[in-house]
Design a protein. Sequence first.
Length: 304
Amino acid sequence: MLRTYAIVEGKILPAEGKKGPIFVFVNPDGSEVASLESTFHINEHTLQSSLDPDELSRLEFEKDHVAVILKRPKSYSYEEQFLFKVSSIGLFIFKERMVILIPEEVPLFDGKVSISIQTMLDVLLKVFYRSITHFLHHLKAINRICDEIEQKVNASMENKYLIQMFTMEKSLVYYLNAIHSNAVLLEKLRNASSKIGFTQENMEFLEDTVIDNNQCLKQTEIYSDIVSSMMDARASIVNNNLNNLIKTLNIWTIAIMVPTFVVSAFSMNVAIPLQKNPYAFIMIMAMAGVALAASLFFFKWKKW
């Protein structure tokens, strides 16, 4: 699917009549990929890498354009079962136009930035900045979900909540790798700023983006460490809860065995005391009750 955009008064807006310098291909099919190769002379491998979620962020210089592949969070859906994934975006910057490849429909140009959009390099920096912003929004959502799961783990011993925690930990590892890969790409962009053609204003915004990305990376590391430590703690809590439950069951089992022994002793088919006493049943039940109370008192005295 092709969408076109134009730069109007410092903003990126949908172009009328599908005519604009910014071409956004959403999950392009085979014919669109072939058209990109023939029309824009973009390398086939680079095109495929732009849609590969496992591809690392990178920067390549071609004859007539600059190719950039960066990472961003994938749109979350309920079917993912608390697994947050990442996807890749390919940006191909020409002198007067830009081609963007994305695997799914996502908001690329929403939100405000501190620079006025005038050139394709401004568009590149805005897309990068919005990627960092979306990572931060997802991290906040992950933090809230972890708090809710933590409360459920404390109140329940079901495995599904622990599995959800493992999934959240896995998501943070994905995010950590993606944000670190973007950090490497930002460093490459900064080192090649003169070759790319960044202006002084672009460089100032790039420096701010580097700082924001590093903060995002640090925040992801902290969340990952917290979830990892919390997993170990929750596993210990679940084991302790299970031990306490087994201990309680054992106490009641042993306590019930004592009066059961009393009743069993008086039910044998041999000559036994009280067998001709009319109050034998009441007396035996009383002895069983006393044995049960004595057993419970003993366990309480021992603080078992």
